[in-house]
Design a protein around this ligand. Structure first.
Ligand code: FAD
Length: 390
């Protein structure tokens, strides 16, 4: 029987993994296995998911799991979002952009939206009628978000947006985009505001290329262009302009923890498929697992993965209790994604030449893992943030 990524490490269940979190993870794993996996190869080739899959995820209760029930969510916590992220990683459908939709985009609306905005957008995000994206990065501003140039000029009861964004996850499918803009370009970080663009009727909004990436092929990471796009001033997030940078700083830790969650889930899957492989594969008349090198290597990897899982579980516990600090979130993002890169690479090596063949899951993991050290703030930026606490 194939090894199960969810139990491969044997780390005891943390307190935050309550019965309903475990049930959600089981349900999400079934959904990913039955509804996504059979089509995943097609999505990878098309470099995009289809919208109906998002709606199915909404109907199954997998969108906005941590949003309040009064806005169509399931009323859970980050622990529930973690259950979904882990299911995605364990099944190996890593390009499905729902973690960003659920635990990055929706929280901006939950925390900073007016009552009217929450009622208007959250139920549709929960059903999949709206697909969310967050547009921070620009061709000239990635790590240094203060360098954002997209402007939002006030004109009566509208903002007029001009600028371009790149590398935007869910960029082709998204129809609700939180855009990082400058409402006062002369005021630096204090002139930054988050404005929600409903793209369906937005004149002057254009989607650029669906970018050709090394991995996460099935995600529609894209360029976006705003040319005199008129957006009602009522779409500003927060009670006044200029709060965007603070809002980003408050929400980025959860995004970073989520990247750590995706990392540990893929690590567990990489170990599971590799242990199965080396038990099957023969060389010099014996199974590859019988070589002492294989055993020592896997013993090291399992130890490191166990340390990583324990650390991730600790960080989620801190977050659920409202104690996740920016430095701890940065540590989780940087250290777990570095560990993911290392473990996936070593696991590929244990597959020999087959590991380099795309038909073996470890090959796709190798491609998909690489970006984890880059997005959500590069690991170098994570170290700068950690160093601030020294
Ligand atoms: C697949 C994918 C999906 C993405 N999804 C989104 C999304 O949904 N929304 C969004 O807004 N963005 C998204 N991004 C963008 C991502 O967050 C940025 O690529 C990332 O923040 C780095 O910015 P950059 O690419 O401009 O690199 P740069 O900022 O140009 O960095 C280049 C190099 O310089 C280093 N560096 C920069 N500044 C410093 C410093 N002060 N000290 C030391 N080293 C430094 C970096 O670590 C890096 O190694 C995505 C990117 C990818 C690849």
């Amino acid at each position: 029987m194939a090894s199960n990524p969810a139990t491969i490490l044997g780390v005891p269940r943390p307190a935050w993994a309550t019965d309903d979190v475990v049930m959600l993870q089981d349900m999400a794993t079934r959904f990913m296995t039955e509804e996504i996996l059979p089509h995943y190869e097609d999505f990878e080739k098309a470099e995009i998911f289809d919208r109906s899959t998002w709606e199915k995820a909404g109907a199954a209760g997998l969108l906005c799991a941590s949003m309040p029930e009064e806005y169509g969510g399931s009323g859970g916590t980050y622990a529930h979002e973690s259950a979904i992220i882990e299911a995605i990683g364990h099944v190996g459908v890593d390009g499905f952009g729902i973690p960003l939709h659920n635990s990055i985009v929706a929280p901006y609306i939950q925390h900073y939206g007016s009552e009217e905005q929450k009622q208007r957008w959250l139920p549709k995000l929960a059903s999949g009628e709206l697909i969310g994206a967050i547009a921070m990065t620009e061709p000239g501003a990635g790590s240094d978000l203060q360098g954002v140039k997209t402007s939002a000029r006030k004109d009566g009861n509208h903002y007029v947006l001009n600028g371009s964004k790149t590398f935007i996850t869910n960029g082709q499918l998204a129809n609700l985009i939180v855009v990082v803009t400058k409402t006062d370009p002369s005021a630096g970080a204090k002139g930054t505001s988050l404005i929600v663009v409903e793209t369906d009727d937005a004149d002057g909004f254009e989607r650029g290329r669906n970018l050709d990436k090394v991995g996460l092929k099935s995600n529609d990471t894209s360029e976006l262009f705003f040319n005199e796009v008129r957006v009602p001033t009522a779409n500003l997030l927060g009670h006044e302009e200029g709060l965007g940078f603070v809002q980003l700083m408050q929400q980025l830790p959860q995004e970073r923890l989520q990247i750590g969650g995706a990392a540990i889930a893929m690590i567990e899957r990489a170990l599971a498929v590799t242990i199965d492989y080396v038990k099957e594969r023969k060389a010099f008349g014996k199974a590859v697992i019988e070589f002492q090198n294989t055993q020592f290597k896997l013993a090291e990897l399992k130890t490191e993965a166990t340390v990583g899982r324990t650390f991730y579980n600790f960080c989620v516990g801190e977050h659920v209790e409202g104690r996740l600090t920016p430095e701890l979130a940065s540590m989780a993002k940087y250290w777990l994604s570095d560990l993911q890169g290392k473990i996936v690479d070593e696991c590929l090596q244990l597959h020999g030449g087959y590991g380099y063949m795309n038909e073996y899951p470890i090959a796709r993991m190798f491609r998909d893992a690489r970006v984890q050290r880059i997005y959500g703030g590069t690991n170098e930026i994570m170290k700068l943030l950690i160093a601030r606490s020294l």
